[in-house]
Design a protein around this ligand. Sequence first.
Ligand SMILES: [Zn+2]
Length: 112
Amino acid sequence: MLRKQYALFMSILKWFLIAVGVGNDKATGNCMLCQVYFFTNITCNYCPVYKRTGYTTCEYTPYFEWSRHIDKFHQRYYKLWKRIRCLQCFKLALKEMFFLISLILDTFKKGE
Ligand SMILES: [Zn+2]
């Protein structure tokens, strides 16, 4: 498996584990896409998420909705890692997972 598919797969796995209630979101700290693209290039420009949306730091993706939801409704857990705490959290984690799954085909495009 190529590096970009591996990074995407690991990110999908992260969100699957969050959705089923055993995973945590440590933002860039446990995102394999950030590890591969952001930390090596100091830019989101080569990340499949950026390529889809045209925005850095996952703006305008379900991750943004997830972050906003956590900040608004679960702020008292601020010092803990983000994880599922209500039905909406669950829905947004799944939404992020399916968004990432939808990027798989993009990574096989010619010349990338
Ligand atoms: Zn919630």
